[in-house]
Design a protein around this ligand. Structure first.
Ligand code: P5A
Length: 433
């Protein structure tokens, strides 16, 4: 894409409303704009990153055997009255009345809707296990939306729901998701520590949160430092049951679950840190199926309430969490897997015909090779172009200037390390292709 024809409204100054670095950089790099409190417009590069994260989440869900569908954002109140959560959810639920005076709501989560779908369509244990997911916008009227998309009111979540015949099978489904989450966050290059958590408004007695360590995190966690030996950001391959058992056996607690007086870990081995909750999984048994009548016929013909769990990943929150973990003084440093563009092409001398021709040709070759390239073809100074590309965080920068062209070389800069190498066009295309 040519920057001159694109829409990336970057900002030089630090926006005063942003308290944390990810919020500041998302505004400055032209990824988002606020529409109203906790509600954001996703600009082209922000949307691109969001979609790439969603794709990785989707791939890992599919790999784990979950099946994608799409439920609506607007839900009827009746479902929530059946489960008993309509009143319990309180002010965090955005309630809507339609033209026929029917009570509706903007879904903060989908346990009720999926339980109802299951109840009307699945009758036998033979159709189990079943695990359904969607990636859909949610609305929670948070008291204190803050830190940009990190705690928004409208946010994108991947949520899925497992259905099993008994506890043993439900536990297996839970652990499958636990593994899918370890893999998902590792593929994003993140260290996400799984900690035991309170089940809160979702309910149930078994629950883990996945927490990214960050000073700006809103959660506090306490964990056995032995967890660090697992090298969580490299767990992208097969993860066996033994690893899961070992990891789940270590002490790691979210603040509310941590019992200072009865903590089994020596003070010297216990770490306390701030974290960003990017995922949360729950086993809640028959909490929704019993109240809403979701039953299946078991092998003996008798009907039983189906055993359920639900699993959430904050897809839009991950954009912020990734920036918290990947930035420097000059801007964002995207990991290649989610970068809005892989390469930034910088024309140092807009007015030099040779430079512009060389850039145009290289741009075309990259596009043809399927390399995602952002071409800064604007009539602005080199300094501004470098600063802009650093801010946006494109992993590789190709710099084309008159001196290099004379020598027949192009400069390639690695955004993360700052390392620069000179390469021929052929070498460059081979390296980036
Ligand atoms: C699990 C899936 C649930 O809602 N029901 C369906 C369960 N869990 S949760 O912990 O409440 O949310 C799941 C993840 O969504 C992200 N999240 C948010 N992201 C941005 N802004 C918010 N206001 C917000 N609230 C929740 C978190 O990553 C959370 O782990």
């Amino acid at each position: 894409m040519r920057l001159s024809k694109h829409f990336i409204p970057t900002m030089k100054e630090n926006p005063s409303e942003a308290q944390i670095v990810s919020h500041r950089l998302m505004l400055r790099a032209g990824m988002i704009r606020q529409s109203s409190a906790g509600i954001y417009i996703w600009l082209p590069t922000g949307l691109s990153v969001l979609n790439k994260i969603a794709d990785i989440v989707r791939e890992e869900q599919n790999r784990a055997g979950a099946i994608e569908l799409l439920m609506p954002t607007i839900q009827p109140a009746e479902l929530w009255q059946e489960s008993g959560r309509y009143d319990a959810y309180g002010k965090e639920m955005l309630r809507i009345t339609d033209r026929h005076e029917r009570n509706m709501l903007f879904g903060p989560t989908n346990e009720e809707m999926i339980t109802d779908l299951f109840k009307n369509n699945v009758k036998s244990y033979k159709d189990l296990p079943l695990n359904l997911y969607h990636i859909q916008w949610k609305f929670r009227d948070e008291v204190r939306p803050r830190f940009g998309i990190m705690r928004g009111r409208e946010f994108l979540m991947k949520d899925n729901y497992s259905f099993d015949l008994d506890f043993e099978a439900a536990k297996e489904s839970y652990n499958k998701m636990y593994v899918a989450y370890l893999r998902t966050f590792a593929r994003l290059g993140l260290v996400a520590i799984p900690v035991r958590a309170d089940a809160g408004a979702i309910g149930g007695d078994l629950s883990h949160e996945f927490q990214i360590l960050a000073e700006t995190g809103e959660s506090t966690l306490h964990y056995d430092k032995a967890i660090e030996d697992f090298d969580l950001s490299s767990l992208t391959g097969d993860i066996d049951d033994e690893t899961v058992a070992k990891l789940q056996g270590l002490y790691a607690m979210e603040e509310e679950k941590h019992d200072v007086d009865n903590c089994p870990v020596d003070a010297a081995d216990l770490k306390t840190a701030k974290g960003i909750e990017v995922g949360h999984i729950f086993y809640f048994g028959t909490k929704y199926s019993a109240s809403m009548g979701a039953r299946v016929a078991g092998p003996d013909g008798k009907e039983v309430d189906v055993e359920m769990g639900s699993y959430g990943i904050g897809v839009s929150r991950l954009v912020g969490a990734l920036i918290e973990a990947n930035h420097d003084d000059n801007g964002i440093v995207w990991p290649e897997s989610v970068a809005p563009y892989k390469v930034g092409l910088i024309n140092l001398r807009f007015k030099d015909e040779n430079c512009t021709n060389a850039c145009d040709t290289l741009y075309e070759k990259m596009e043809n090779a399927g390399i995602e390239v952002l071409y800064d073809d604007r009539d602005v100074g080199a300094g501004a172009k470098f600063a802009n590309m650093d801010l946006i965080g494109v992993p590789w920068q190709v710099v084309v200037g008159p001196k290099g062209l004379e020598k027949g070389v192009l400069e390639l800069k690695n955004r993360r390390t700052g390392e620069r190498v000179e390469l021929s066009e052929e070498e460059l295309l081979a390296k980036l292709g």
